[in-house]
Each structure stands twice: as C-alpha cells, then as structure tokens.
Design a protein around this ligand. Structure first.
Ligand code: 4AD
Ligand code: MG
Length: 478
C-alpha cells in the first residue's frame, strides 16, 4: 500500500478506506490516542489504538518523538477537534525515541532560545514547522514571479575575487596552511601560490556578475547564499544569508522601485494564499506572546492584518533628504529619544531611524531614494546635484531595511572616477567596466534579504529563527 501524507488524509472524506501513514508521535494520551505528524501540515492526525491488540513489547515503545508506521481505517472522528481519525489495525515502530532523553516533550513549552540550541530537532515543533513551510513557499514564489516575467535565473559564483560592495567585510577562502603560508620576497603572504593564484573570498553579492548577464538577457535574477563578516550581533544580521538580486537592462530607478514593490506584494500574497494554516498558527503564536507585554507595547495590527495592509497600500516614496528633515524635526529627536541624534544631512540612517519612519511616522512600507553618495556603493548612478546617487532602500515595519538597490552608473568616465575616489581597484574590475565599454545602457537592480522577508511574513523577531542553521559571530553549530 502507498503511504499518504497527513495533509492529504485530513482533507479526505472518510469512507472506512484502508490507509497507510507514517510520521512521528507528537503525543500519546489515555493509552489510546496518538497525535501523529509527518511535517506536511501542523495539524496532527489522530490515531486510535486498541491496546489490547498491541503486543506489550510494542506498547512501551509508543512515546513522543518515535517514528511509526500505521495501517488502519479512515473514519469520521468520534471526538471533537478533528474531522477524521484512523482506527489502527497495524502499528509498527520504525524508530524508537527514549522519553527520558528526548529534549522535546510537550509538557514544558520550550523557549525559542532553548530551541536554537537544539536546532537539529526544532523542525519538529509547530512553530518551526510553520516557519520553514512558509520559507519554502516564499522561495518558490520568488522563482514563480520571475519566471512569469521571463527573467533568467543566473547562478553567480560563491567563491569570488571581488568585494562587490567595497565594504571589506569578506570571509577569505584559502587553501594555505594558515599557520605557515608561503611569503614573497617582501615577507607578505604570497597569494600567487594559493589555490586560485590570487586572494579570494566568499561572495558578498552576486550583483556585479548579474549586471554582466543583464547586458545580454535584459532581465536576470540571482537567488543564492551570500556571506558577510560584519561583526553585528543583532537580531537582523547573519554572516550567511540568502539574497535575491534582480538586474534589469533599460530600467531606471522608478522602474526598479515599481518592480521591487510588485515582487514583495506577489510573494507575500502567495504565502497568504498557500500557507493560510501556518500563518494562522504564527499569528496566534504572536498574539499569545504579546499578551505578556504591557498594552502600549502591543502591535496595533496582528500579523495577518499587517500582511494584508502591506498588500493593500502603496509604499510611501520619499528622498533621503526629506527623511532627514522629518527625523530632525521629530519629537523623538528633540526629546533625544534616538540613540543617534539626527542633526546633519549626510549621516547614515540607523535602524532606529528607519523604524521610526516606517512604524511611527508613515505607518507603512517606505522607499527612500537619492542617498548621499558618501554612504553608498561605488556602482550607484550619480545624480546631477553632485551630492546624491540614484539609490533606493525599502524599509519595512518591524524590520527596517529589507531591500537595497539602485540605478547603476553606466557612464564609464563617471564610474571610474568614482572608483578611484573610493579606492576601488579599477584594474581588478576591468571585466565589469567592459559592460560600460561595449553596449552600455541604463540599468538597475536591487537585493532583497530573504531572511528579512521571512521574518516579516512569519512575524518572528529574531533572524536566527527563520534560517535552519544560523551562522552568526562565534556561532557555527550543526
Ligand atoms: O543593501 P545590501 O548590502 O545591497 C547589496 O548587496 C546590493 N549588491 C544589492 C543589489 O543592488 N543587487 O544588501 C541587500 C539586502 C539588505 O537590504 C538586507 O535585506 C539584506 O540584503 N542583508 C542582510 N540580511 C541578513 N544579514 C545580513 N548581514 C545582511 N546584510 C544585508
Ligand atoms: Mg543596504
């Protein structure tokens, strides 16, 4: 007999048909009812067993966490709480689970902190089941969105010799015995003898390679892991995170903003439509968590309302300069409630400022444009004012920056001048500059931090809880 997934069983009309299911025991109560889960849904299938028909030897092995196989009859449930249940005729233990040692007992609801330490088992909880099914759907929706628009999915390299953002936050990749690397005559490490014959690192972004392909396919996107050795131990930074980077020829900044907004709405709607049960569960989880907080710290909208609000409203557009004016004049600034006070034009916005704009001032997603060139990367297109670049950051409630992008500088002379000003090694990026030499055109793109998107859609607050095995400073378990 073919095994049926529990999600499907729960949607089947019971007609005393015989079925086979397999999964892990979530709970066993009254010596009669097993709640069985196989990860296809958060809802468990109730298995009703008759202990009289089960050998003593098997009986004592029915415990939370054990993997079992059940053959039985699908019937309308006698009890409340579920429509169908399985009257077991044959129960087989596939894998035992010692209740004395198993860390996931339902009795004491484990904290998220504790679950992070047993990330290898946390998939088996309702919370992480829901999170990672939603993560899957969002990833699928990203590909679906771009495929429908005829973008080419480009696999950009993970090992690279460039630092695309020019921020110097790369992890080195080397084959050297690092306690004794070969040196050149001047006593410096001789990378010519390293595996790639030069100094290499894990990629921080696939953008530069993405731009090369956009100059042939018009529209491409990447979706892969990126790595940053920034020492920010926050709830929003990972050393290894997944980024989606579309790059489009013949797009200006306005087109770029419109695409980013359309894409965000599309993937959020996809999750709402296809993961309603999981999102309902996460919504309830958040409501329960918020009950612990004082009234004035609770969110005005629940998770589902927040997601729908995002779909139903246009994102607010404003320039960096307008944002600085709002922040400078805000009561928050005047009463010195910001940790970093906003006084001068030109300063980088901190997460507290981004969240003030989104959560307090506009109360909706915001797209900030035209940042000072001094705080942005070398490749952004220079505006005519000589001070700003055609950058855009999208800020989300509860998250801060979720997307960073720009129109690209396609003018060779302006680009090389800016690279020289910023000490970006021009000779190492001749291949990049070739796109500006051979058929250059207006183009633009952006990067969406995938885990930040998953944070937003699941209502979780720590980025370590939306990636299976987080890599953060001083932490690389599993
Ligand atoms: O703003 P960033 O650094 O932009 C780029 O890398 C560009 N090359 C993108 C492009 O235009 N193609 O990063 C883009 C996004 C951020 O907005 C944020 O959502 C996410 O990537 N991000 C991180 N997410 C988790 N942990 C980190 N350490 C992150 N750094 C950036
Ligand atoms: Mg950024």
């Amino acid at each position: 007999m073919k095994r049926i997934r529990i999600k499907e069983v729960l949607q089947t009309t019971p007609q005393n048909q015989e079925i086979l299911v397999k999964g892990w025991i979530r709970s066993f109560r009254n010596d009669k009812f097993i709640a069985l889960n196989d990860g296809s849904t958060n809802n468990n299938l109730q298995i009703v067993i008759d202990l009289n028909n089960i050998p003593e030897e098997i009986k004592k092995r029915i415990s939370t966490g054990a993997a079992i196989s059940v053959t039985g009859t699908l019937i309308a449930s006698q009890g409340q709480g579920q429509a169908v249940e399985v009257a077991s005729t044959k129960l087989e233990i596939l894998g035992d689970c010692d209740p004395e040692k198993y860390p996931l007992q339902l009795k004491n609801r484990p904290s998220l902190d504790f679950l992070r330490e047993i990330a290898h088992l946390r998939f088996r909880t309702n919370t992480f089941g829901a999170i990672f099914r939603v993560r899957h759907s969002l990833a699928f929706a990203v590909h679906k969105f771009f495929n429908e628009k005829h973008f080419v999915y480009l696999h950009t390299p993970i090992i690279s010799a460039n630092d695309a953002e020019g921020a110097g936050e790369t992890f080195h990749v080397t084959n050297f015995d690092i306690s004794n690397p070969p040196k050149d005559e001047s006593g410096k490490v001789d990378y010519k003898q390293d595996f790639f014959g030069k100094k290499t690192n894990l990629t921080v972004s696939g953008q530069l390679e993405g731009e090369l392909a956009a100059m042939a396919f018009s529209d491409i996107y990447t979706f892969g892991p990126t790595f940053r050795a920034e020492n920010s131990n926050t709830a929003r930074h990972l050393a290894e995170f997944w980024m989606i980077e579309p790059e489009m020829a013949f797009y200006n900044l306005k087109d770029n903003m419109a695409l980013a907004e359309e894409m965000l709405k599309y993937v959020i709607k996809y999750a709402l439509d296809n993961n309603a049960e999981d999102i309902d569960f996460l919504n309830q989880r958040l409501l329960d968590e918020e009950k612990q907080k004082p009234q004035n710290e609770r969110s005005e909208l629940n998770l589902i309302e927040k997601l729908k609000f995002c779909l139903d409203n246009n994102f607010e557009h404003l320039t960096y300069t307008q944002a600085i004016d709002i922040l400078r004049e805000s009561n928050h600034n005047k009463k010195k409630k910001f940790q970093y006070l906003v006084n001068e034009w030109g300063v980088d916005l901190q997460s507290e400022h981004e969240r003030y704009l989104v959560e307090k001032h506009f109360k909706k997603p915001v797209i900030l444009t035209d940042y000072p060139k001094g705080i942005k990367s070398f490749y952004m297109r220079q505006n005519d004012d000589g001070k700003t670049v055609a950058a855009m950051d999208i800020l989300f409630p509860g998250i801060g920056e979720i997307v960073g992008g720009s129109q690209r500088e396609e003018r060779l002379d302006k680009l090389t001048a800016r690279m020289n000003e910023m000490n970006i090694p021009v000779h190492e990026l001749e291949w990049y500059l070739d796109t500006r030499r051979f058929g250059a055109c207006e183009h633009a793109g952006f990067g969406l931090g995938f885990e930040r998107l998953v944070l937003f859609v699941t209502g979780m607050t720590n980025i370590r809880d939306v990636i299976p095995f987080p890599r953060t400073p001083k932490n690389c378990e599993f």
